[in-house]
Write a protein that binds this ligand. Structure first.
Ligand SMILES: *[C@@H]1O[C@H](CO)[C@@H](O)[C@H](O)[C@H]1NC(C)=O
Length: 211
């Protein structure tokens, strides 16, 4: 099973991480650090660093766009995606802030004043913009907002149903950006042919700007 292999690899790479001065500086330059990041990617199963858009290098509107991660209660539906729970979160906690980190699960009834202001609701287009950070799948809008708080420079979340898209997922797509957007950027209406011949379209698209 993949989990056992992951665990065996994890103990190797964590000792590598612990022996490396990962403190506040950018870890992308020296030789020893790049060796470590190779190990880390092998452990994580994909490159969940900011440089790789946290596992989703192609944005949602790109034909090759695929979610980079899943955060919610139905990880068994997405065995091919890094599921942000359990051991994976423990490993990610050891890594610098330019890697994805797991949010705390939001309460079932999130507070009204949750640190975000809606900028649009229920559109049939998703945000398409150059300040794209990453995208994944979630169960709820609150989970997407929680993800934003864990991603460096995240200022804006766009949640929507990508109907017929991305392998037919019924979960919400959670797309993150580093500046706020209004309805005028909600221009990704889908329209991509899927392997089964269907065409995807966007529903329930909401935007929230982080205060
Ligand atoms: C959202 O928009 C659709 C039309 O695209 C409409 O049928 C539906 O009632 C709207 N839902 C809400 C909650 O406003």
């Amino acid at each position: 099973m993949r989990f056992a292999a992951l665990f065996a690899a994890a103990s190797l790479a964590i000792s590598g991480v612990a022996g490396t001065p990962f403190t506040a500086r950018d870890a992308s330059t020296s030789d020893s650090d790049s060796t470590v990041s190779v190990n880390v990617n092998a452990v994580l199963g994909s490159d969940l660093s900011a440089a790789n858009f946290y596992g989703a290098p192609y944005p949602p509107w790109h034909p090759r766009g695929n979610p980079g991660w899943y955060f919610g209660d139905h990880g068994y539906l997405y065995p091919h995606l890094p599921c942000l729970e359990g051991l994976l979160c423990a490993i990610l906690r050891l890594l610098p802030l330019n890697f994805l980190h797991c949010p705390v699960k939001p309460p079932p009834k999130p507070p009204v004043n949750d640190g975000f202001t809606p900028t649009f609701r229920n559109l049939t287009g998703a945000t398409q913009a150059g300040d794209y950070l990453t995208f994944g799948l979630v169960d709820t809008v609150a989970q997407c907002k929680a993800m934003c708080k864990e991603v460096q420079n995240c200022k804006f979340v766009n949640t929507y149903h990508d109907v017929n898209g991305k392998g037919g997922s019924t979960q919400l797509t959670c797309s993150l950006f580093s500046s706020c957007h209004d309805a005028s950027d909600a221009i990704n209406k889908g329209g991509q042919s899927q392997p089964d011949g269907s065409i995807n379209y966007i529903r329930d698209s909401d935007g929230y700007c982080r205060k």
